[in-house]
Design a protein around this ligand. Structure first.
Ligand code: DGL
Length: 267
């Protein structure tokens, strides 16, 4: 029996991670869970995010996944140790891969990190980068309005550029040469962010970083059959499907809603 890679996020944004993994591993079965009933995680307390993440992970573990990918930066920032207590299968968050790529990219060791309030407050990127390179200087900013802009599909409108400029101008005063997009939604604003920060700053996309990282865990095999995709959400599947189509550029198939109470607590 083939086992899938399980991916979870607070909602639809983690599809940027799903997309990178799908492109890198066409033969793997993928199961995605978006916690659309409880999104956003960004402004919530670490304890609440840990509780939600543990429940999300249990749901995927019950489906027999072989690797668990925590696409949500906010969950990755605070919940990985709790998730590791649930299972022996590999659990990959986005912080480690993103930090590694940032360090291999920077030349002046001045790295900007943007994310939700929860991610920035946790200092998870700062700690992960400093653990590898104590001389690195990290400049962080929470950019909460980027999430609704991406979900509205407004990334090409003038308002997106004004908001990006407002959040990122203070960061740019620190002469960063690398900027980590530490939130699932931010890769969707890549073009406008690049325009604002200029070509001298390299953007690190945590969605791509995690796909690269998975290479070490997935054994090459001769299986040439195309991998299956299954999507679960905890609410609002119509809205999820609409935004998903915007992110993936094609309609979603195989999308189901799961009730928090019927299936999540089957031990
Ligand atoms: N998925 C979240 C993250 O990457 C962003 C959306 C939210 O706040 O839940 O941090």
């Amino acid at each position: 029996m083939r086992h899938a890679i399980g991916i979870f996020d607070s909602g639809v944004g983690g599809l940027t991670v799903y997309k990178s993994i799908r492109e890198a591993f066409p033969h793997e079965d993928l199961i995605y869970f978006g916690d659309t009933a409880r999104v956003p995680y960004g402004p919530k307390s670490a304890d609440t995010i840990i509780d939600y993440s543990v429940q999300n992970a249990r749901f995927l573990l019950q489906l027999g996944v072989k690797i668990l990918v925590v696409a949500c930066n906010t969950s990755s920032a605070v919940a990985i140790p709790s998730l590791k207590r649930l299972t022996n299968i590999p659990i990959i968050g986005v912080i480690e891969p993103g930090s590694k790529v940032a360090l291999s990219t920077t030349k002046n060791k001045k790295i900007g990190v943007i994310g939700t309030e929860g991610t920035v407050k946790s200092q998870a990127y700062l700690k992960a980068i400093k653990a590898r390179e104590p001389e690195a200087e990290i400049f962080s900013a929470a950019c909460p309005l980027f999430v609704p802009i991406a979900e509205e599909g407004w990334q090409d409108k003038p308002i997106a550029e004004s908001i990006v400029r407002e959040y990122l101008s203070p960061l740019m005063e620190n002469e960063i040469d690398t900027l980590v997009l530490g939130c699932t939604h931010y890769p969707l604003l890549k073009d406008v962010i690049q325009k604002v920060v200029g070509e001298s700053v390299t953007l690190v996309d945590s969605a791509d970083a995690i796909a690269l990282y998975l290479n070490n865990l997935i054994e090459a095999n001769d299986d040439t059959s195309i991998g299956t995709d299954t999507f679960y959400v905890s609410d609002n599947e119509e809205k999820f499907a609409t935004i998903a189509e915007n992110i993936l550029g094609k309609p979603l198939e195989n999308l189901k809603r799961v009730s928090l109470f019927e299936s999540w607590f089957i031990e």
